[in-house]
Each structure stands twice: as structure tokens, then as C-alpha cells.
Design a protein around this ligand. Structure first.
Ligand code: ZN
Length: 207
């Protein structure tokens, strides 16, 4: 079964600094739903994480607070620091590992592991992408894969690279875009090197 990624593409020209376009891609959960026997029809989901409002159901996130991160990204990307910054101020714990733990029996909980890689995503303003799957019935994440753009990183400041690494990991733990320059989840990099109060609130809603 194929799934159709929904790209959020935004552009905003700037002469002062490279315009950074981040995209996040949401994989429709048809495959997951079928595997779980939910029988949900295939659909292209848009933003699965509603804003903080009463009676909206669980926010998108992993089931357990500890989530592993396997990074094969180049050293340009400060993935370790990003995991540390996202692990402060909420119960979420991102644990950087060389290799995702392996589930050895069906009785064990599913492995919660984010795969981070980097590569050439082109010479435009795309800094990184994150794709994930989740179970519709629970809004719980089942897989997440982040790809960071090495070509973009060559010309980015260290602050922006950290911003992007945190931003994409933010998607990988369930956070949607917000329109707030102080947030790591703003769709543009602004050299934000740690989550702001709103980001921490969003994490605490999930973990
Ligand atoms: Zn994004």
C-alpha cells in the first residue's frame, strides 16, 4: 500500500539571510491502521496535532517518555546537543544511540526510535524533512525518520543548524509548526538553539 506524503511548502525571500524552508511530511496512517486492525479508510491526514483546546483528544506523541535516536547524520549536524536540549523541561527523554534497540519478542513493547540521517536534499532552502507514522486510534507515533540537508548545512550558522536539528526532532516527537519566531517549531530557522516556553508546554502536553 502506498502512502501519500503531504508537503507543507512555504517560501519567504530574504536578502539578509538564506530563507530556510522546512517541510514536514506526514505519512497517512493507512498502513498502520490496517496492521492494527482498525479498519480505518486510507486518508491523507493534514496536521494530526491540534492546538491546545479542550476535548481534542490525545496529542500526537510517543507512548513512552523515553525515545531513542539513532543518528547517522554527518558531524555538521549537532544531533546530540539537540537531543539534550529537547530533553530538558519535560519528561521527554531522547537517548542518542549508535543503533536502535531491537525488539526481540512480540511481548516486548514496540521500540521507540527516531532515525536521523543526512544527505543532499538539493541546493534550495530545504533544511530538513521528517516523516512519521502513527496509530490513528491513539495518536501514538510508531515510526519517525528525519533527513537533514548537508548541502544546506554547509552555508548555515551553527545556531541555525542546531535550530534545524531541534526542529526536526521536534516533529519526530509530535510537535507541529507554530507561527512564533522564538519557537524552534517556527517553519523558518531563526538561530533558536533551545525550546521556548511554548515549546516546553507542547512537550509537557505529550510527555
Ligand atoms: Zn518543520
Amino acid at each position: 500500500m502506498s502512502v501519500t506524503p503531504a508537503h507543507l511548502a512555504v517560501t519567504r525571500p530574504s536578502r539578509l539571510q538564506p530563507t530556510l524552508r522546512l517541510t514536514f511530511t506526514l505519512l497517512a496512517l493507512a498502513l498502520v491502521a490496517v496492521l492494527l486492525g482498525q479498519g480505518a479508510p486510507a486518508q491523507a491526514a493534514t496536521n494530526p496535532a491540534p492546538s491546545s483546546t479542550a476535548n481534542v483528544g490525545p496529542q500526537l506523541g510517543w507512548t513512552e517518555d523515553t525515545v531513542y535516536v539513532q543518528s547517522d547524520a554527518t558531524s555538521r549536524w549537532p544531533v546530540k546537543t539537540a537531543t539534550e536540549r529537547l530533553s530538558q523541561g519535560s519528561p521527554l527523554r531522547l537517548v542518542l544511540v549508535k543503533t536502535c534497540p531491537v525488539r526481540t519478542s512480540a511481548s516486548q513493547p514496540a521500540v521507540q526510535c527516531i532515525s536521523v540521517t543526512s544527505g543532499d536534499l538539493g541546493g534550495g532552502t530545504l533544511a530538513g524533512t521528517t516523516r512519521w507514522t502513527f496509530a490513528k486510534s491513539t495518536n501514538k507515533l510508531t515510526t519517525a525518520t528525519t533527513t537533514l540537508n548537508d548541502r544546506w548545512a554547509k552555508h548555515a550558522s551553527s545556531a541555525d543548524r542546531l535550530n534545524i536539528a531541534e526542529h526536526e526532532l521536534g516533529h519526530a516527537v509530535g510537535l507541529p509548526h507554530v507561527k512564533r519566531k522564538a519557537s524552534i517549531m517556527d517553519a523558518y530557522a531563526h538561530g533558536r538553539t533551545k525550546p521556548d516556553a511554548g515549546d516546553l508546554r507542547a512537550l509537557n502536553e505529550r510527555y
